[in-house]
Design a protein around this ligand. Sequence first.
Ligand SMILES: [Zn+2]
Length: 423
Amino acid sequence: MDDAYTEYENGYVLTEGDRILAVGSGQLPPADRVVDCRGGILLPGFVNLHCHASMVPFRTMGDDCPDRLRRFLFPLENEALTPELVYLGAKYGIGEMLLSGITTFVDMYYFEEEVARACLETGMQGFLGETVISQKTPDSEGDEGGLLLTEDFLRKYAVSDRIHSIVAPHGTTTVSESALRSCGELANRYDALLTLHVSEMDYEMDYFRQQGLTPIGYLDRLSLLSDRLLAAHCIHLSEEDLLRMQKTGVRMAHCIGSNAKAGKGIAPVRDAAAHGIPFGFGTDGPSSGNTLSLFDQMRLLAVSQKTAYHDRSLFPAREIVRAATRGGAEALGMKDAGVLRPGFQADLVLVSVDRPALYPLYNPYSALVYGACAADVSLVMTGGVLRVRDGKLVNANIFSLRNDLEAALPPFRRAAEKYADTI
Ligand SMILES: [Zn+2]
Protein backbone atom coordinates (compact mmCIF):
# COMPACT_ATOMS: atom_id res chain seq x y z
CA MET A 1 0.00 0.00 0.00
CA ASP A 2 2.90 2.37 -0.62
CA ASP A 3 2.65 4.86 -3.48
CA ALA A 4 4.00 2.31 -5.96
CA TYR A 5 1.74 -0.52 -4.70
CA THR A 6 4.89 -2.59 -4.13
CA GLU A 7 4.31 -6.34 -3.85
CA TYR A 8 6.88 -8.54 -2.10
CA GLU A 9 6.83 -12.16 -3.16
CA ASN A 10 8.13 -14.36 -0.35
CA GLY A 11 8.19 -11.21 1.70
CA TYR A 12 8.63 -10.51 5.38
CA VAL A 13 7.59 -7.81 7.81
CA LEU A 14 9.74 -7.25 10.88
CA THR A 15 8.07 -5.56 13.84
CA GLU A 16 9.30 -4.25 17.17
CA GLY A 17 6.98 -2.99 19.85
CA ASP A 18 3.98 -1.48 18.11
CA ARG A 19 5.89 -0.44 14.97
CA ILE A 20 7.07 -1.94 11.70
CA LEU A 21 10.86 -2.08 11.63
CA ALA A 22 11.53 -3.46 8.16
CA VAL A 23 9.74 -4.79 5.08
CA GLY A 24 11.37 -6.81 2.33
CA SER A 25 11.77 -10.17 0.66
CA GLY A 26 14.32 -12.95 0.56
CA GLN A 27 16.66 -13.62 3.50
CA LEU A 28 14.86 -13.12 6.81
CA PRO A 29 16.45 -10.59 9.18
CA PRO A 30 17.31 -11.86 12.68
CA ALA A 31 14.23 -11.91 14.93
CA ASP A 32 13.26 -13.22 18.37
CA ARG A 33 10.22 -14.94 16.95
CA VAL A 34 9.13 -15.88 13.44
CA VAL A 35 5.52 -16.45 12.38
CA ASP A 36 5.22 -18.39 9.16
CA CYS A 37 2.72 -16.66 6.87
CA ARG A 38 3.28 -18.79 3.78
CA GLY A 39 0.27 -19.25 1.56
CA GLY A 40 -1.32 -15.93 2.34
CA ILE A 41 -1.51 -12.26 1.45
CA LEU A 42 -0.19 -9.93 4.14
CA LEU A 43 -1.52 -6.39 4.07
CA PRO A 44 -2.15 -3.45 6.42
CA GLY A 45 -5.15 -3.82 8.75
CA PHE A 46 -8.56 -2.74 7.51
CA VAL A 47 -10.01 0.55 8.77
CA ASN A 48 -13.76 0.70 9.43
CA LEU A 49 -14.85 4.33 9.25
CA HIS A 50 -18.40 4.05 10.53
CA CYS A 51 -19.87 1.68 13.09
CA HIS A 52 -22.11 1.26 16.11
CA ALA A 53 -20.51 -1.98 17.28
CA SER A 54 -22.67 -2.41 20.36
CA MET A 55 -25.81 -2.82 18.25
CA VAL A 56 -25.18 -6.56 17.91
CA PRO A 57 -28.40 -7.38 19.88
CA PHE A 58 -30.45 -5.74 17.09
CA ARG A 59 -29.03 -7.86 14.28
CA THR A 60 -31.66 -9.45 11.96
CA MET A 61 -34.40 -7.44 13.67
CA GLY A 62 -36.78 -5.81 11.17
CA ASP A 63 -34.17 -5.88 8.43
CA ASP A 64 -36.79 -5.26 5.74
CA CYS A 65 -38.91 -2.77 7.72
CA PRO A 66 -39.11 0.78 6.30
CA ASP A 67 -38.16 3.61 8.69
CA ARG A 68 -36.95 1.12 11.28
CA LEU A 69 -34.83 3.80 12.98
CA ARG A 70 -37.84 5.74 14.23
CA ARG A 71 -40.31 2.83 14.37
CA PHE A 72 -38.42 0.63 16.78
CA LEU A 73 -34.65 1.26 16.99
CA PHE A 74 -34.79 4.59 18.87
CA PRO A 75 -37.61 3.48 21.23
CA LEU A 76 -36.06 0.10 21.97
CA GLU A 77 -32.67 1.64 22.64
CA ASN A 78 -34.20 4.01 25.17
CA GLU A 79 -36.11 1.25 26.82
CA ALA A 80 -33.64 -1.58 27.00
CA LEU A 81 -30.07 -0.44 26.46
CA THR A 82 -27.79 -0.74 29.51
CA PRO A 83 -24.06 -0.12 30.00
CA GLU A 84 -23.61 -3.89 30.35
CA LEU A 85 -25.28 -4.57 26.98
CA VAL A 86 -23.16 -1.90 25.31
CA TYR A 87 -20.00 -3.42 26.78
CA LEU A 88 -20.87 -7.02 25.91
CA GLY A 89 -22.14 -6.00 22.46
CA ALA A 90 -18.90 -4.10 21.81
CA LYS A 91 -16.78 -7.04 22.95
CA TYR A 92 -18.59 -9.35 20.54
CA GLY A 93 -18.61 -6.80 17.72
CA ILE A 94 -14.92 -6.05 18.17
CA GLY A 95 -14.13 -9.78 18.30
CA GLU A 96 -16.01 -10.17 15.03
CA MET A 97 -14.15 -7.21 13.48
CA LEU A 98 -10.74 -8.53 14.51
CA LEU A 99 -11.64 -11.88 12.97
CA SER A 100 -12.43 -10.06 9.70
CA GLY A 101 -9.12 -8.16 9.72
CA ILE A 102 -10.31 -4.77 10.98
CA THR A 103 -7.68 -3.21 13.24
CA THR A 104 -9.08 0.34 13.62
CA PHE A 105 -12.69 1.48 13.73
CA VAL A 106 -14.81 4.56 14.26
CA ASP A 107 -17.73 4.14 16.63
CA MET A 108 -20.54 6.37 17.82
CA TYR A 109 -23.09 5.20 20.36
CA TYR A 110 -24.24 5.58 23.96
CA PHE A 111 -22.33 4.62 27.13
CA GLU A 112 -19.26 4.98 24.89
CA GLU A 113 -16.98 4.46 27.93
CA GLU A 114 -17.97 0.81 27.70
CA VAL A 115 -16.85 0.63 24.08
CA ALA A 116 -13.51 2.15 25.10
CA ARG A 117 -13.17 -0.53 27.81
CA ALA A 118 -13.85 -3.23 25.22
CA CYS A 119 -11.20 -1.72 22.90
CA LEU A 120 -8.57 -1.59 25.62
CA GLU A 121 -9.24 -5.22 26.53
CA THR A 122 -9.01 -6.47 22.96
CA GLY A 123 -6.27 -4.34 21.39
CA MET A 124 -8.59 -2.78 18.82
CA GLN A 125 -7.80 0.83 17.94
CA GLY A 126 -10.91 2.97 18.34
CA PHE A 127 -11.97 6.46 17.32
CA LEU A 128 -14.88 6.68 19.72
CA GLY A 129 -17.54 9.28 20.32
CA GLU A 130 -20.61 9.58 22.51
CA THR A 131 -23.64 10.24 20.29
CA VAL A 132 -25.04 13.74 20.71
CA ILE A 133 -28.70 13.90 19.71
CA SER A 134 -31.50 16.32 20.54
CA GLN A 135 -33.82 13.78 22.09
CA LYS A 136 -33.85 11.46 25.09
CA THR A 137 -31.21 8.72 24.89
CA PRO A 138 -30.31 5.72 27.01
CA ASP A 139 -27.72 7.77 28.90
CA SER A 140 -28.95 11.37 28.82
CA GLU A 141 -32.07 13.50 28.56
CA GLY A 142 -30.96 15.32 25.41
CA ASP A 143 -28.10 17.03 23.62
CA GLU A 144 -26.84 18.89 26.71
CA GLY A 145 -26.19 15.58 28.43
CA GLY A 146 -24.55 14.21 25.30
CA LEU A 147 -22.27 17.24 25.06
CA LEU A 148 -21.20 16.86 28.70
CA LEU A 149 -20.48 13.16 28.21
CA THR A 150 -18.53 14.00 25.04
CA GLU A 151 -16.35 16.52 26.84
CA ASP A 152 -15.68 14.09 29.73
CA PHE A 153 -14.68 11.49 27.17
CA LEU A 154 -12.41 13.94 25.29
CA ARG A 155 -10.60 14.78 28.52
CA LYS A 156 -10.29 11.21 29.71
CA TYR A 157 -8.70 9.75 26.57
CA ALA A 158 -6.66 12.78 25.50
CA VAL A 159 -3.37 10.88 25.74
CA SER A 160 -4.37 7.29 25.02
CA ASP A 161 -2.50 5.40 22.28
CA ARG A 162 -5.27 3.15 21.07
CA ILE A 163 -8.35 5.23 21.98
CA HIS A 164 -8.97 8.49 20.16
CA SER A 165 -11.93 10.39 21.50
CA ILE A 166 -14.03 12.10 18.85
CA VAL A 167 -17.13 14.29 18.64
CA ALA A 168 -20.16 12.52 17.20
CA PRO A 169 -23.39 14.45 16.69
CA HIS A 170 -25.98 12.04 15.31
CA GLY A 171 -27.09 13.68 12.07
CA THR A 172 -28.02 16.88 10.30
CA THR A 173 -31.73 16.81 11.26
CA THR A 174 -31.57 14.96 14.58
CA VAL A 175 -29.37 17.50 16.37
CA SER A 176 -30.40 21.11 17.00
CA GLU A 177 -28.45 23.85 15.26
CA SER A 178 -27.01 25.15 18.54
CA ALA A 179 -25.92 21.66 19.66
CA LEU A 180 -24.30 21.09 16.25
CA ARG A 181 -22.39 24.35 16.65
CA SER A 182 -21.29 23.27 20.14
CA CYS A 183 -20.07 19.97 18.69
CA GLY A 184 -17.98 21.88 16.15
CA GLU A 185 -16.50 24.05 18.91
CA LEU A 186 -15.65 21.01 21.04
CA ALA A 187 -13.95 19.28 18.09
CA ASN A 188 -11.89 22.40 17.41
CA ARG A 189 -10.99 22.97 21.04
CA TYR A 190 -9.83 19.40 21.58
CA ASP A 191 -8.42 18.97 18.06
CA ALA A 192 -10.68 15.95 17.59
CA LEU A 193 -12.35 14.28 14.66
CA LEU A 194 -15.99 15.21 14.06
CA THR A 195 -18.33 12.66 12.51
CA LEU A 196 -22.06 12.44 11.77
CA HIS A 197 -24.61 10.90 9.41
CA VAL A 198 -24.91 13.18 6.35
CA SER A 199 -27.12 13.10 3.25
CA GLU A 200 -28.40 9.66 4.13
CA MET A 201 -32.14 9.80 4.72
CA ASP A 202 -34.90 10.72 2.27
CA TYR A 203 -36.65 12.78 4.98
CA GLU A 204 -33.36 14.59 5.64
CA MET A 205 -33.03 15.52 1.95
CA ASP A 206 -36.70 16.65 1.79
CA TYR A 207 -36.29 18.78 4.91
CA PHE A 208 -33.35 20.71 3.48
CA ARG A 209 -34.78 20.85 -0.04
CA GLN A 210 -37.78 22.75 1.32
CA GLN A 211 -35.33 25.40 2.54
CA GLY A 212 -33.41 25.50 -0.72
CA LEU A 213 -30.46 23.76 0.96
CA THR A 214 -28.61 20.46 1.04
CA PRO A 215 -27.26 18.86 4.24
CA ILE A 216 -23.71 19.73 3.10
CA GLY A 217 -24.79 23.32 2.37
CA TYR A 218 -26.30 23.51 5.86
CA LEU A 219 -23.11 22.21 7.49
CA ASP A 220 -21.17 24.79 5.48
CA ARG A 221 -23.43 27.51 6.84
CA LEU A 222 -22.57 26.31 10.37
CA SER A 223 -18.84 26.38 9.46
CA LEU A 224 -18.57 22.65 10.15
CA LEU A 225 -16.99 21.64 6.85
CA SER A 226 -13.27 21.05 7.40
CA ASP A 227 -10.63 18.37 7.20
CA ARG A 228 -11.62 17.19 10.67
CA LEU A 229 -15.10 16.25 9.43
CA LEU A 230 -15.74 12.62 8.54
CA ALA A 231 -19.14 12.58 6.84
CA ALA A 232 -20.82 9.17 7.00
CA HIS A 233 -22.97 7.89 4.09
CA CYS A 234 -23.09 10.95 1.75
CA ILE A 235 -25.50 9.15 -0.59
CA HIS A 236 -27.03 12.24 -2.15
CA LEU A 237 -24.46 14.83 -3.18
CA SER A 238 -24.88 17.64 -5.67
CA GLU A 239 -22.00 18.96 -7.75
CA GLU A 240 -21.93 21.97 -5.44
CA ASP A 241 -21.74 19.68 -2.39
CA LEU A 242 -18.77 17.88 -3.95
CA LEU A 243 -17.00 21.17 -4.62
CA ARG A 244 -17.61 22.32 -1.04
CA MET A 245 -16.23 19.04 0.31
CA GLN A 246 -13.23 19.26 -1.99
CA LYS A 247 -12.48 22.84 -1.00
CA THR A 248 -12.74 22.25 2.73
CA GLY A 249 -11.07 18.81 2.93
CA VAL A 250 -14.10 16.85 4.22
CA ARG A 251 -13.62 13.06 4.32
CA MET A 252 -16.23 10.47 3.51
CA ALA A 253 -17.18 7.15 5.12
CA HIS A 254 -18.83 5.12 2.38
CA CYS A 255 -21.32 2.60 3.79
CA ILE A 256 -22.48 0.79 0.68
CA GLY A 257 -23.71 -2.36 2.47
CA SER A 258 -26.01 -0.43 4.78
CA ASN A 259 -27.10 2.08 2.12
CA ALA A 260 -27.96 -0.50 -0.52
CA LYS A 261 -29.74 -2.87 1.86
CA ALA A 262 -32.00 -0.01 2.96
CA GLY A 263 -32.67 0.97 -0.65
CA LYS A 264 -31.37 4.47 0.09
CA GLY A 265 -29.25 4.84 -3.00
CA ILE A 266 -25.72 4.55 -4.31
CA ALA A 267 -23.33 7.29 -3.27
CA PRO A 268 -21.46 9.07 -6.10
CA VAL A 269 -18.09 7.66 -5.02
CA ARG A 270 -16.75 7.90 -8.57
CA ASP A 271 -17.34 11.64 -8.56
CA ALA A 272 -16.10 12.07 -4.99
CA ALA A 273 -12.87 10.27 -5.92
CA ALA A 274 -12.55 12.43 -9.05
CA HIS A 275 -12.75 15.50 -6.78
CA GLY A 276 -9.98 14.06 -4.62
CA ILE A 277 -12.24 13.67 -1.59
CA PRO A 278 -10.57 11.16 0.78
CA PHE A 279 -12.81 8.17 1.41
CA GLY A 280 -12.85 4.78 3.01
CA PHE A 281 -15.43 2.21 4.04
CA GLY A 282 -17.87 1.95 6.92
CA THR A 283 -19.77 -1.21 7.80
CA ASP A 284 -22.34 0.79 9.80
CA GLY A 285 -23.85 -1.05 12.75
CA PRO A 286 -24.36 -4.83 12.89
CA SER A 287 -28.08 -4.39 12.25
CA SER A 288 -27.58 -1.95 9.34
CA GLY A 289 -24.95 -3.68 7.26
CA ASN A 290 -25.26 -7.01 9.10
CA THR A 291 -21.64 -8.05 8.66
CA LEU A 292 -18.75 -6.16 10.24
CA SER A 293 -16.47 -7.03 7.35
CA LEU A 294 -14.81 -4.74 4.84
CA PHE A 295 -14.56 -7.61 2.34
CA ASP A 296 -18.31 -7.22 1.79
CA GLN A 297 -17.98 -3.45 1.43
CA MET A 298 -15.11 -3.74 -1.04
CA ARG A 299 -17.00 -6.07 -3.34
CA LEU A 300 -20.20 -4.03 -3.06
CA LEU A 301 -18.36 -0.83 -3.97
CA ALA A 302 -17.01 -2.48 -7.09
CA VAL A 303 -20.30 -3.92 -8.26
CA SER A 304 -22.41 -0.87 -7.40
CA GLN A 305 -20.16 1.78 -8.96
CA LYS A 306 -19.41 -0.26 -12.08
CA THR A 307 -23.11 -1.03 -12.52
CA ALA A 308 -24.35 2.48 -11.75
CA TYR A 309 -22.00 4.05 -14.29
CA HIS A 310 -22.02 1.14 -16.74
CA ASP A 311 -18.22 1.10 -16.69
CA ARG A 312 -16.15 -1.98 -15.90
CA SER A 313 -12.92 -0.01 -15.67
CA LEU A 314 -14.06 2.05 -12.67
CA PHE A 315 -12.26 1.37 -9.39
CA PRO A 316 -9.63 -1.25 -10.22
CA ALA A 317 -9.32 -3.76 -7.36
CA ARG A 318 -6.13 -2.33 -5.94
CA GLU A 319 -7.69 1.10 -5.53
CA ILE A 320 -10.50 -0.53 -3.57
CA VAL A 321 -8.05 -2.36 -1.28
CA ARG A 322 -6.25 0.93 -0.83
CA ALA A 323 -9.49 2.64 0.24
CA ALA A 324 -10.14 -0.12 2.80
CA THR A 325 -6.70 0.24 4.38
CA ARG A 326 -4.58 3.30 3.68
CA GLY A 327 -7.56 5.36 2.51
CA GLY A 328 -9.36 4.74 5.80
CA ALA A 329 -6.26 5.70 7.80
CA GLU A 330 -5.88 8.90 5.77
CA ALA A 331 -9.54 9.76 6.28
CA LEU A 332 -8.82 9.65 10.02
CA GLY A 333 -5.78 11.86 9.65
CA MET A 334 -3.46 9.01 10.70
CA LYS A 335 -0.04 9.57 9.21
CA ASP A 336 1.52 6.34 10.51
CA ALA A 337 -1.00 3.66 9.56
CA GLY A 338 -2.35 1.84 6.53
CA VAL A 339 0.99 1.14 4.84
CA LEU A 340 3.56 -1.64 5.39
CA ARG A 341 6.51 0.66 5.84
CA PRO A 342 9.16 1.09 8.58
CA GLY A 343 7.94 3.37 11.36
CA PHE A 344 4.29 2.66 10.66
CA GLN A 345 1.89 0.97 13.09
CA ALA A 346 2.28 -2.79 13.28
CA ASP A 347 -1.37 -3.44 12.40
CA LEU A 348 -1.35 -6.34 9.94
CA VAL A 349 -3.72 -8.84 8.40
CA LEU A 350 -2.92 -12.15 6.78
CA VAL A 351 -5.52 -13.45 4.33
CA SER A 352 -5.29 -17.13 3.51
CA VAL A 353 -5.75 -18.09 -0.14
CA ASP A 354 -6.41 -21.77 0.55
CA ARG A 355 -10.11 -21.75 -0.32
CA PRO A 356 -11.03 -23.16 -3.77
CA ALA A 357 -12.41 -19.84 -5.04
CA LEU A 358 -9.05 -18.13 -4.47
CA TYR A 359 -7.06 -20.22 -6.94
CA PRO A 360 -5.22 -19.40 -9.15
CA LEU A 361 -3.92 -16.05 -8.05
CA TYR A 362 -2.58 -13.71 -10.72
CA ASN A 363 -3.65 -10.56 -8.96
CA PRO A 364 -3.77 -10.43 -5.15
CA TYR A 365 -5.96 -7.29 -5.16
CA SER A 366 -8.56 -9.02 -7.33
CA ALA A 367 -8.54 -12.01 -4.99
CA LEU A 368 -9.11 -9.73 -1.98
CA VAL A 369 -11.95 -7.74 -3.57
CA TYR A 370 -13.79 -10.33 -5.65
CA GLY A 371 -13.08 -13.66 -3.99
CA ALA A 372 -12.05 -13.36 -0.35
CA CYS A 373 -14.27 -13.06 2.71
CA ALA A 374 -13.87 -12.53 6.45
CA ALA A 375 -13.48 -16.28 7.03
CA ASP A 376 -10.23 -16.21 5.03
CA VAL A 377 -8.50 -14.00 7.60
CA SER A 378 -6.05 -16.25 9.40
CA LEU A 379 -3.85 -13.84 11.37
CA VAL A 380 -4.26 -10.32 12.73
CA MET A 381 -1.76 -8.16 14.58
CA THR A 382 -2.67 -4.87 16.23
CA GLY A 383 -0.14 -2.67 17.99
CA GLY A 384 2.51 -5.32 17.38
CA VAL A 385 0.57 -8.03 19.25
CA LEU A 386 -1.05 -11.06 17.66
CA ARG A 387 -4.82 -10.90 18.20
CA VAL A 388 -5.95 -13.58 15.73
CA ARG A 389 -4.07 -16.76 14.92
CA ASP A 390 -5.29 -19.59 12.67
CA GLY A 391 -8.58 -17.74 12.24
CA LYS A 392 -9.27 -17.65 16.01
CA LEU A 393 -9.02 -14.91 18.61
CA VAL A 394 -5.82 -15.32 20.63
CA ASN A 395 -7.00 -13.96 23.99
CA ALA A 396 -10.70 -14.69 23.81
CA ASN A 397 -13.18 -17.06 22.29
CA ILE A 398 -15.90 -15.63 20.08
CA PHE A 399 -18.36 -18.26 21.34
CA SER A 400 -17.80 -17.33 24.98
CA LEU A 401 -18.25 -13.66 24.02
CA ARG A 402 -21.54 -14.71 22.46
CA ASN A 403 -22.55 -16.66 25.59
CA ASP A 404 -21.75 -13.66 27.80
CA LEU A 405 -23.94 -11.43 25.64
CA GLU A 406 -26.70 -14.03 25.44
CA ALA A 407 -26.83 -14.28 29.25
CA ALA A 408 -27.52 -10.52 29.47
CA LEU A 409 -30.13 -10.40 26.69
CA PRO A 410 -33.43 -11.60 28.27
CA PRO A 411 -34.68 -8.13 29.42
CA PHE A 412 -33.83 -6.72 25.96
CA ARG A 413 -35.70 -9.55 24.25
CA ARG A 414 -38.73 -8.98 26.47
CA ALA A 415 -38.71 -5.25 25.65
CA ALA A 416 -38.50 -6.10 21.95
CA GLU A 417 -41.64 -8.25 22.09
CA LYS A 418 -43.98 -5.28 21.83
CA TYR A 419 -42.58 -4.58 18.36
CA ALA A 420 -43.14 -8.20 17.32
CA ASP A 421 -45.41 -7.31 14.39
CA THR A 422 -42.68 -5.05 12.94
CA ILE A 423 -39.58 -7.05 13.65
ZN1 LIG B 1 -24.64 4.91 11.36
